[in-house]
Ligand binder design. Structure first.
Ligand code: GTP
Ligand code: MG
Length: 214
């Protein structure tokens, strides 16, 4: 898949202010500082698209990006099929330095968005590949289960540890999920620095776009 266009559209404080739900939407969420904005920039080949920061809590609103992608047309690979979709950068959870009231506001905004956004095709939940399974991530997945939101996992920052450590952390995370999940989600291993995992993740988005446009 090729990204033909990727532009920042709008930042919304709640679902009512989001752009018209007229195309498939893919949202990226995860712990504060896990690398959501960096991953989005890596996927779109544009380092200036989503604002990244070394200090957590940078992204606070629902950020929509307008994307046009192209891929060989299903059934006619000599032709290109174009797809129009939204990519969404969501504010992270688990940022320690926020007040209880702003945490509640975050929870409300995210729950509302995830439960009610009609065109939401998939949520990509980002997990830091450097760590062993974290309770906060596993708990967030339980919320997604309760809300019946489809998701996959994206392990980030894989360049920061050896392949052996990354594989172990991924395996342990999936093992931890087995305790409460009947089926394990799809997962991707990425690095925004090395630009790895890009083709697989975008290929999956393309598959979903194809299905949704049938
Ligand atoms: P918030 O919006 O604040 O929740 O953060 P975020 O999840 O959008 O994270 P962001 O993309 O801003 O990245 C946080 C920090 O991690 C930055 O200093 C990035 O440069 C760094 N970072 C992100 N992805 C990677 C990666 O794949 N490898 C390495 N080495 N660093 C990364
Ligand atoms: Mg961010």
């Amino acid at each position: 898949m090729q990204i033909k266009k990727a532009i920042y559209l709008v930042s919304s404080p709640d679902i009512d202010k989001c752009p018209a739900a007229d195309r498939p939407e893919y949202a990226f969420i995860g712990r504060s500082n896990v690398g959501k904005s960096s991953l989005i920039n890596m996927l779109c080949n544009n380092d200036k698209l989503a604002k990244t920061s070394a200090s957590p809590g940078k992204t606070q609103l629902i950020n929509h990006f307008d994307i046009v992608s192209a891929a060989p047309a299903p059934g006619n690979p000599k032709q290109e099929a174009y797809y129009n979709w939204y990519l969404v950068d969501l504010p992270g959870y688990g940022f320690a330095k926020v007040s209880i009231s702003s945490r509640r506001r975050w929870e409300q905004m995210i729950e509302n968005y995830l439960r009610k956004r009609e065109n939401l095709a998939q949520v990509f939940v980002l997990i830091d590949a450097r760590h062993s399974p974290q309770k906060i991530d596993l708990e967030f997945l339980e919320s997604l289960k309760k809300w019946e939101v489809p998701f996959s996992l994206v392990f980030t920052k894989s360049d920061k540890e050896s392949q052996r450590v990354v594989s172990k952390n991924v395996k342990d995370f999936l093992e931890a999920m087995r305790k409460t999940w009947m089926f394990l989600p799809r997962h991707f291993i990425t690095s925004a620095v090395k630009k790895s995992g890009r083709d697989k993740l975008l290929g999956y988005v393309n598959e979903m776009n194809e299905e949704l446009s049938e």
